[in-house]
Design a protein around this ligand. Structure first.
Ligand code: FAD
Length: 500
């Protein structure tokens, strides 16, 4: 139980531009009646100028490609007509124009980490942006242009050369695209903008007509607004993100205190006190997890544990000491059964820990749900009893208090409270899928009583359109719909699963 960051456990559980401005499209939709059946003829010959890979239903490689589109082992039974892997933005535009002309729906994928496989849809074309890993850093301006499939770890390594950083996801392999476009709870998130999407300054977007747009504050600000949290309903394919970056702290230090779940109230008191004293460069979480050291006949609340952890981003131990010492002095900390009051971490160590499959979690089957709440303690107490009945030992809950507001009011991201609670079902045996998903749903029933909203990147959107809406304020949901209708009136791009 030593190395516990938000995503360590989750993972352990288991071109160039066509032009700088508008690339005007020859494609205009004539089939105003909506989307028709996909063509039967081989598209390869008909996608003019397309240089990337095309895999179609019926190709020998189709099924392995299809399955490879979703990161986890539980693959949805959804089958796009074709999967395209473009090499640059011009390729994406060619693909979109082809789909537009053929009346095919389009979905896009950056890294397939959406646990529910949101990018894998039944109709049309899936555009896989795996080749879009370009990085261009402007350290003096504190900005960078980064491709959507670049992994968290690789972004930080590229930025490090310029002494810069970005609130990337906690797990090394999570790419930028879906993560940042949907919100992005990232490393040192409270000091660095609240949510990753609040740091999006613009990007390159291929529209439903196959136009390539440079989006920013002054050009197509409505699309910029949608890119800040509206991921999943964007009326365009983002092939590059322009981001605000931050000076990179030299070090990361952590403090972790572990309690049996029987001492939940004490752990929650400790968390409250840490929230009250921590500066914004502290990232906090409490992790409810299985206690691998508990004897099998121990009572349920001794077989589960809760770890309270603070991660402080600072240049030196001196800079972190005052917070670490203040945490250690909280009386509740004395009641932990394991304490690690000051551990020197590093970004690289956090990422390598996140990929350490040797801890026995395997790369298994996942299901995730969540809620934002302003009622942290009651929400956690409400799910504790059901958590103890988790059918799989790797399933866990992340409780993440925010020290800075998640919503900055300049984007679609708009439904958050002061604490994020994510429930992660993690198991390996496909025969237990139903039992594990049923458990997740029971956990949600308790959690939802305290919810003020949900996070679009970690819900089963296909299951419940109302839950999708609850990821946004009423006003922002309407504006997102208006922007979508304006840029994609024919619904070429798939909407959120469950919405259309
Ligand atoms: C191991 C793991 C760790 C995680 N850690 C974190 C974390 O620390 N913090 C956090 O907030 N979340 C985390 N997540 C959740 C993560 O934010 C989502 O899974 C997110 O969808 C991943 O991005 P992706 O690019 O892989 O999405 P994909 O699955 O590729 O795409 C999901 C959807 O996003 C949209 N999309 C993706 N790329 C583009 C694009 N280029 N242009 C337009 N639309 C696009 C599409 O609608 C697509 O259907 C984690 C997930 C996993 C599996």
């Amino acid at each position: 139980m030593k190395t516990i960051s938000r995503r360590n456990i989750l993972i352990a559980s288991m071109a160039g531009l066509a032009s700088g401005s508008a690339w005007l499209s020859a494609c205009s939709r004539t089939d105003t009646g909506g989307v028709a059946t996909a063509p039967r003829s081989t598209p390869r010959a008909r996608i003019d100028g397309f240089r990337g890979r095309i895999i179609e239903k019926g190709d020998a490689a189709y099924e392995s490609w299809r399955q490879g589109m979703v990161w986890q082992m539980r693959k949805p039974d959804r089958f796009p007509e074709m999967i395209l892997r473009p090499v640059d933005t011009g390729d994406v535009a060619a693909a979109v124009r082809f789909a537009c002309g053929a009346g095919m729906k389009v979905s896009m994928r950056s890294g397939g980490h959406n646990i529910w496989g949101a990018s894998l849809r039944d109709e049309g074309m899936l555009i896989d942006l795996a080749n879009f890993k370009q990085v261009d850093v402007q350290p003096d301006a504190g900005t960078a242009r980064i491709g959507p499939s670049m992994w968290a770890r690789d972004i930080m390594a590229a930025l490090e050369k310029h002494d810069q950083a970005f609130p990337v996801a906690h797990c090394a392999t999570v790419p930028l695209g879906g993560y940042a476009l949907g919100g992005g709870l990232g490393l040192n998130g409270d000091e660095w903008g609240g949510m990753a999407c609040n740091n999006i300054l613009g990007g390159t977007v291929v529209t439903a007509e196959g136009e390539v747009l440079r989006v920013g504050e002054k050009s197509h600000p409505d699309l910029l607004w949608a890119m800040r949290g509206g991921g999943g309903a964007l009326p365009g394919v983002v092939t590059e993100l322009h981001l605000k970056t931050y000076r990179r702290p030299a070090n990361v230090f952590s403090a972790t205190y572990v309690f049996p779940l029987a001492l939940l109230d004490i752990a929650l008191d400790l968390l409250d006190e840490i929230v009250a004293l921590s500066p914004a460069n502290t990232e906090l979480l409490a992790l409810m997890l299985h206690n691998p050291q508990a004897p099998p006949d121990a009572p349920p609340d001794m077989r589960k544990a809760i770890a309270v952890r603070a991660q402080i981003y600072a240049d030196s131990l001196d800079g972190a000491h005052s917070t670490l010492d203040a945490i250690a002095a909280i009386p509740a900390a004395d009641q932990s059964v394991v304490s690690m009051p000051a551990v020197a971490e590093s970004f690289e160590k956090l990422f390598s820990d996140s990929m350490d499959w040797r801890r026995g979690f395997g790369f298994g089957r996942f299901a995730v749900e969540n809620a934002w709440t302003n009622d942290r303690a009651e929400a956690v107490r409400g799910i504790a009893a059901e958590f103890m009945k988790a059918p799989a030992g790797h399933s866990h809950v992340v409780v993440q208090p925010k020290l800075a507001p998640a919503i900055d009011g300049n984007g679609a991201f708009s439904a958050a409270g002061n604490t994020y609670i994510g429930i992660y079902g993690v198991w390996n045996d496909g025969d237990t899928d139903d039992a594990n998903v049923a458990w997740l749903n029971r956990m949600c029933s308790s959690l939802d009583k305290h919810a003020v909203g949900h996070y679009i990147n970690e819900i089963n959107a296909a299951n419940d359109p109302d839950r999708v809406k609850a990821c946004y304020s009423t006003e922002n949901w309407k504006r997102l719909r208006d922007i979508r209708n304006h840029w994609d009136p024919e619904n070429l791009f798939h909407d959120f699963p469950g919405v259309s």
